[in-house]
Design a protein around this ligand. Structure first.
Ligand SMILES: Cc1cc2nc3c(=O)[nH]c(=O)nc-3n(C[C@H](O)[C@H](O)[C@H](O)COP(=O)(O)OP(=O)(O)OC[C@H]3O[C@@H](n4cnc5c(N)ncnc54)[C@H](O)[C@@H]3O)c2cc1C
Length: 288
């Protein structure tokens, strides 16, 4: 087993669909909504892209009878974008055709994919309404992209951005990223279609909820969105305050790249992993 698995387990709902579905059902029973992600990215062969699509199709089949809406988060790189735009488009179309009353949302990846992801999303959204996008507040270009998603009425998740980007492309300081996040969030809440505010940042959440109250924005018109296993206290608190809260639930065997991004977001996570490693290698575990 990989040395990072004890850490990864906190952030993923299982390595297989059946385990993930049990966790998803529990979240729905607690009053949350979910966005489900089949882990995997950057495939290099058409067979791998088709394999990823097939797992999504199987997932869609198993949530056919869910009465409440489920978001299905997909990475265009997993559906073959780096092999070819048309191959990826064909795979996505198959998913959208099978989506019932749920939604397919493109996660946003590194900046080499931003143009192609938005192009495909905006193109397909003209004919398929159950399609959503993601914008990253750290990207300078989001000032322009936000206008496109608003004009076209595309449901959009706003997050800070999780990839390493150069300064000419992305803001680097947390203050600037927060400032941008706040102004984009306010625009999406007022002018957007069913936006999702995706952050665990308490400062931002307080600022945004104050804005929501001041502007009298209906709680039915947006979601807060948080990651599985991250700040469960905030997830519960938002639910208790009467907001719609969606949990991003990843599952699958290809958990390493996702886990490494979560690891890098917080120094305490690195300490947790190092502690586990020392415990294991020195045989300090309590159960022998
Ligand atoms: C629902 C959802 C979907 C996302 N989708 C995308 C996407 O499509 N593309 C993309 O680039 N990024 C995506 N992200 C990741 C996002 O861009 C940020 O990297 C991530 O959310 C950290 O920023 P933050 O604002 O949540 O919290 P930060 O300001 O980084 O942290 C605020 C607090 O949250 C807690 N926290 C945050 N991260 C962790 C962690 N890893 N482990 C433990 N505690 C943590 C800590 O208590 C921390 O103090 C998504 C995030 C969410 C919540």
């Amino acid at each position: 087993m990989h040395i990072l698995y004890p850490f990864a387990k906190r952030f993923i709902a299982g390595e297989d669909r059946e385990t993930a579905l049990k966790n998803i059902k529990t979240l729905y029973e607690q009053g949350f909504l979910c966005t489900v992600d089949v882990l995997g990215e950057s495939v290099h062969t058409e067979e791998q892209a088709v394999e990823a699509k097939n797992e999504y199709l199987a997932l869609l089949k198993s949530i056919e009878t869910f009465h409440r809406p489920v978001d299905i988060s997909v990475k265009v790189s997993a559906l073959g974008m780096d092999i070819g735009y048309d191959l990826c488009k064909k795979n996505v179309e198959e998913l959208i055709d099978a989506v019932f009353h749920h939604t397919v949302r493109f996660d946003m990846e590194g900046s080499d994919l931003t143009d192609r992801t938005l192009k495909l999303g905006l193109e397909l959204q003209k004919t398929h309404k159950n399609l959503g996008l993601v914008l990253q507040a750290y990207l300078r270009r989001t000032d322009r992209d936000i206008q496109s998603v608003i004009d076209q009425g595309v449901s959009t998740r706003l997050c800070k951005g999780a990839y390493k980007e150069q300064e000419d492309i992305a803001y680097q300081s947390m203050d600037e990223i927060r400032e941008k996040f706040y102004s984009h969030a306010c625009r999406l809440l007022k002018e957007g279609n069913l936006p999702a505010i995706a952050t665990h940042d308490e400062i931002l959440i307080e600022q945004i909820t104050t804005f929501i109250d001041k502007e009298n924005i209906s709680r039915e018109s947006f979601y807060f969105e948080l990651l599985y296993g991250v700040r469960r206290d905030i997830q519960q608190a938002l639910l208790k305050r009467g907001y719609q809260v969606r949990i991003y639930v990843p599952y699958g065997k290809a958990w390493l790249p996702y886990t490494l991004r979560r690891l890098g977001e917080r120094k305490e996570n690195i300490i947790f992993v190092v502690k586990n490693l020392i415990q294991e290698s020195l045989g300090l575990g309590k159960i022998k």
